[in-house]
Design a protein. Structure first.
Length: 194
């Protein structure tokens, strides 16, 4: 299983905060949506082998961990990802991990806790950073996770902690959009048959 983890320090954490439809004002939810589209959509189908995680730290109720694995039971359209995220946020229930729609879960869980849980399940986690080791040279196992930041990257404190245990990986010498990074990672893994 391939995991893609999108972290945002500003993406909003309630359905109401997303309800006026202005995605840019909702903590750059537009970037989260573009990254998700590159993460799970294909030209004529979906990536059913990708678990996409959003970790949102914006107002009013951070942190929120949303996990989406597209299955044939989930009705989903590339044009409506904002509404999907809004519906999931609206259905959050304190103290539990709720399956809001088939394969779509929400819970309150910190960034570091999500990563620790994956590491405990022997998922190899990589943090995406311009200055990291080349993605093309990296050894990558089948159970893997790629952590990508939003327009502001990662908070300094979390980054320092993550870099102690995870390998930073770079896709190239430029600073790319988060969604471009997701597309390149997916393509590399596809070519390797991972
Ligand atoms: C638009 S960039 C963030 C820019 C932000 N100002 C910063 O300094 O981190 C969004 C995310 O894409 C990833 N990224 C961008 N360029 C990359 C590269 N060359 N290699 C690996 N990851 C990259 C990083 O995870 C980054 O947090």
């Amino acid at each position: 299983m391939r995991h893609i983890i999108y972290f945002s320090n500003s993406a909003v954490t309630s359905g109401k905060a997303l309800s006026d439809g202005n995605l840019m004002k909702a903590g750059r939810m537009d970037i989260a949506i573009h990254s998700f589209i590159q993460g799970v959509f294909l030209s004529h189908g979906f990536r059913e082998d990708v678990n996409f995680h959003f970790i949102f730290y914006g107002m009013p109720d951070p942190p929120k961990h949303i996990e989406i694995r597209v299955t044939p039971e989930l009705e989903i359209s590339k044009k409506d990802v904002g509404n999907l995220i809004k519906r999931i946020l609206y259905k959050y229930k304190a103290g539990e991990k709720t399956e809001v729609l088939p394969g779509c879960f929400i819970e309150k869980k910190s960034f570091l806790h999500v990563i620790e849980e994956l590491l405990d399940k022997d998922v190899e986690c990589f943090i995406l950073e311009k200055g990291g080791e080349s993605l093309r040279e990296a050894k990558i196992q089948k159970e893997c996770a790629f952590i990508i930041g939003d327009h502001e990257g990662f908070p300094r404190k979390e980054l320092k902690r993550l870099k102690k245990s995870l390998t930073p990986i770079s896709i190239g010498p430029k600073m790319y959009f988060a969604s471009q990074v997701v597309a390149v990672v997916n393509n590399e893994l596809d070519n390797r048959g991972i």
